[in-house]
Design a protein around this ligand. Structure first.
Ligand code: SAJ
Length: 406
């Protein structure tokens, strides 16, 4: 039986996938409401294909509990936040889950950490906890790191078809756990050492952050001299060895905007490029604010409450708002005592900010400038409804003439 600890964005789909492919699975989370609703068949967040997968997993006997199970295989998918001031990883959830596992596990159990951790975390924080409790790593406990790679919005598909990395101290154990993941993963699974697994995960997300920062810097350059950044990136990308990402209002989510900081926190003297990329991406909400101010001036609009942000989630077609560019922008406005901007997101059904509308038409009736922060499909289906507004399109999705861009 596999006991999966932490039923969030990663742990839950992974648990369901293991169950669907015939493994006996218990999902454990400290949140009783979540455990109860999952047992009843309700999901805590929207994700393509997750409902069907949930039903299949329930049919296959997955159970959810507050309790850690006595078993031989554990997967830890708990949050690994970073400490804002020091930019270093906070391992408190991993350590506490690990201690609870050690309270109940079988001798010889494998403990697989799926949560993203900064390079060296296993050596620095995880091994000492196990050893301090008198366990011998490699005998009493096998330690592994199997970072995930799935992208919100396409998680179910990517669980099956993305290649994976498994870091282990011992190749045989690594191969055994590779066999376990092969029960649902159809792509290559590389077995390596734990440090390489930790580092490659953070490197993947840092690469993407730097590439997006390059696109964002290009957007700023092109804006100052009236060039079309999208056209230029499109042409450049036709070169067989160029692949520039798209500019946008900022980088959100709990991965790309967080993981590079682990490297900056741990190697402050060696991370010039990585830090600069982070700063460029973090500067984008402020750049959008500047563009809103330009449009207000041009059209002599003085009242900020005539401005509406479309999109609160960190990217299209998801309801996840963690570190979202819109929230970053609202924070910046708050710092400048500018209140009253209106907000709407069809995927965010809970009220999380002031002046948030639940109805698109009510929202549109109140505003003159609409700022497209997220290119949800909902927006693409309703473009006609915003034609009479001043449109600031930060995602290059508005198909009509007369639009303001980044
Ligand atoms: N973004 C841009 N321009 C782009 C692409 C994205 O501005 O061209 C923005 C998005 O709007 C969003 C942010 O970047 O605000 C991050 O979104 P994302 O879709 O790039 O990535 P995430 O954070 O949803 O998922 C990433 C993925 N990592 C990589 O592609 C290297 C995913 O595979 C990882 O599993 C995930 O991080 C994770 O959990 O680490």
């Amino acid at each position: 039986m596999i006991n999966i600890i932490g039923l969030g964005y990663i742990g839950l789909p992974t648990a369901l996938m293991f169950a669907k492919s015939g493994q006996k699975v218990v999902g454990t989370d400290y949140n009783t409401d979540l455990v109860n609703s999952l047992s009843k068949g309700d999901l805590p967040f929207e994700e393509d294909g997750l409902e069907v997968l949930h039903q299949e997993a329930l049919t296959n006997g997955i159970t959810f509990s507050n309790e850690y199970q006595k078993t031989h295989t554990y997967i830890l998918a708990v949050p690994t936040p970073y400490i804002k001031e020091s930019k270093k990883l906070d391992p408190k959830y991993v350590i506490s889950a690990l201690n609870s596992v050690l309270d109940v596990c079988d001798k010889g159990a494998s403990v697989i950490i799926e949560s993203t951790v900064s390079p060296g975390t296993v050596d620095k924080y995880v091994r000492p906890v196990i050893e301090s409790r008198g366990y011998v790593i490699g005998e009493d406990i096998h330690l592994l790191h199997a970072p995930e790679r799935i992208i919100p919005g396409n998680m179910v598909h990517e669980l099956e078809y993305n290649s994976r990395t498994i870091g282990a101290d011992n190749i045989e154990i690594g191969e055994k756990i590779k066999g376990l993941y092969s029960s649902f993963c159809k792509a290559d699974i590389v077995v390596t050492d734990i440090r390489s697994a930790e580092m490659s995960k953070v490197v993947e997300n840092t690469y993407r952050d730097i590439n997006i920062a390059f696109a964002n810097e290009l957007a700023k350059i092109c804006h100052t001299d009236n060039m079309d950044v999208y056209e230029i990136i499109k042409i450049a990308n036709m070169h067989p060895r160029v692949n520039i990402m798209q500019p946008g209002p900022g980088v959100g989510g709990h991965c790309i905007s967080v993981d590079p900081w682990f490297l900056v926190g741990d190697y402050p003297d060696l991370t010039n490029l990585i830090l600069t990329a982070r700063k460029i991406n973090d500067s984008m909400p402020r750049h959008v604010l500047g563009r809103i101010r330009d449009i207000m001036r041009e059209h002599k609009i003085k009242d900020i409450s005539k401005v509406g942000l479309y999109g609160l989630s960190y990217k299209e077609n998801v309801d996840d708002t963690r570190e979202s560019p819109s929230l970053q922008l609202l924070e910046r406005m708050d710092e400048h005592l500018a209140f009253g901007v209106k907000v709407f997101d069809p995927h965010v059904n809970k009220k999380i900010v002031d002046h948030q509308y639940m109805n698109f038409e009510d929202f549109l009736n109140e505003i003159e400038i609409i700022v497209l922060m997220v290119g949800h499909n909902h927006l693409k289906d309703n473009m006609d409804l915003i034609k009479d507004k001043l449109v600031l399109d930060t995602k290059n999705v508005y198909p009509f003439e007369g639009v303001y861009k980044l």
